[in-house]
Write a protein that binds this ligand. Structure first.
Ligand code: AHR
Length: 344
């Protein structure tokens, strides 16, 4: 009995040390989760949960460059409130260094989860490693990073931007499938180095490559803003007499370009066919007026899904490594129909 008693005590001590090791951080079961994110599953499911009011989410937003971004910010803020979490929100004003600073400050404040929408794809490994070392799980929303080490984040929630570019290319290829003349396309790219700019360009190029008459004659960044979209379109119009198509990586740049096209005495949607991405209210309005011919939807309402992910991560549950948003497309006619009930 005495022997059993001593062995039992050793066993109990060992067990409690193992459990202390698993829970000895500020995030309950989170450290286990970040420790093995390559499999995107927690090493141990402690089954412990925090009350919603005790969960703090640090979110670093890209900026306020577009209607899409404003809708995305609202979705995240509203959903965090609804979920009952404390949200620490930081606006990076389109600057990577501001996002890195914000993430470091979230680490210092020992938030439970960090989420962010990376302004550009590269240059995140160091700060993501710091978060991992601190045992704070990171969720990517909207935009991806190009880190080879996928254990640096739990999941990526957002659109398939390559597919969005493909959809734009498919509509254009269909429109001009019987053309015997060259079609001159100008492209307004999003922020240089950002995932949506890289991917929307690649998806579009991949599809139109099968028709040698579809030619991109100029391609330049408009930084996803209306002002830059207008400025670059003015330059395109000055340098090229015969523009048939504008492909803008978002609605805001297309809307700025429309101002430039109208100022040049041309009719957007008629003299120049316009394709854009997002389908925010202003873009849909322009489409319903026939000024934009085709919009590929990019859904900004990521808040509810993000809060669910945060809950699961805090609870030590496994999360899918990639969660793709469902999206559709709109012709002018379809935009007219959808506009009255459009939420953003
Ligand atoms: O990352 C999503 C893109 O960022 C949206 O298409 C654009 O409008 C925004 O600025």
């Amino acid at each position: 009995m005495k022997r059993f008693g001593r062995m039992g005590a050793v066993l109990a001590l060992t067990l409690s040390m193992v459990m202390l090791g698993a829970c000895g951080n500020n995030n309950g079961g989170n450290q286990a989760n970040t420790g093995n994110q390559a499999t995107k599953a927690p090493a141990a499911d402690t089954g412990k949960t925090k009350e919603a009011k005790d969960i703090t989410l640090g979110f670093s937003q890209v900026g306020a460059e577009s209607g899409w971004r404003s809708a995305n910010t609202k979705s995240i803020q509203d959903s965090a409130k609804e979920a009952g979490y404390t949200l620490k929100f930081s606006d990076a004003q389109q600057k990577q260094e501001n996002q890195i600073k914000a993430i470091r400050s979230f680490i210092q404040q020992k938030v439970d989860v960090i989420a962010f929408s990376p302004v550009v794809e590269s240059g995140w490994d160091t700060v993501l490693k710091e978060a991992k070392d601190a045992g704070i799980p990171v969720v990517l929303t909207d935009r991806a990073v190009d880190s080879k080490d996928t254990s640096l984040y739990v999941t990526f929630l957002g659109s398939d931007f390559v597919e969005e570019g493909r959809k734009a290319g498919q509509w254009l290829s269909e429109k001009y499938k019987d053309t015997t003349e060259d079609i001159n396309i100008v492209e307004l790219q999003g922020t240089t180095g950002s995932a949506p700019a890289n991917d929307r360009m690649a998806g579009f190029a991949e599809v139109i490559a099968s028709n040698p008459h579809l030619k991109v004659i100029a391609s330049q960044t408009g930084d996803f803003t209306r002002a830059k979209g207008k400025e670059v379109m003015q330059a395109f119009l000055k340098a090229n007499k015969d523009i048939d198509v504008l492909y803008a990586h978002n609605d805001d740049m297309a809307l700025g370009a429309i101002q430039a096209i109208e100022a040049a005495g041309l009719k957007p949607g008629q003299d120049i066919t316009i394709i854009s991405v997002d389908a925010v209210k202003d873009g849909m309005q322009a489409a319903s007026e026939g000024k934009i011919n085709f919009i590929v939807e990019c859904n900004p309402m990521l808040g509810p899904q993000l809060m669910e992910i945060v809950r699961n991560v805090v609870d030590g549950k496994s999360v899918e490594p990639r969660i793709v948003t469902e999206e559709s497309t709109f012709t002018s006619e379809q935009a007219k129909e959808a506009l009255p009930s459009r939420a953003y």
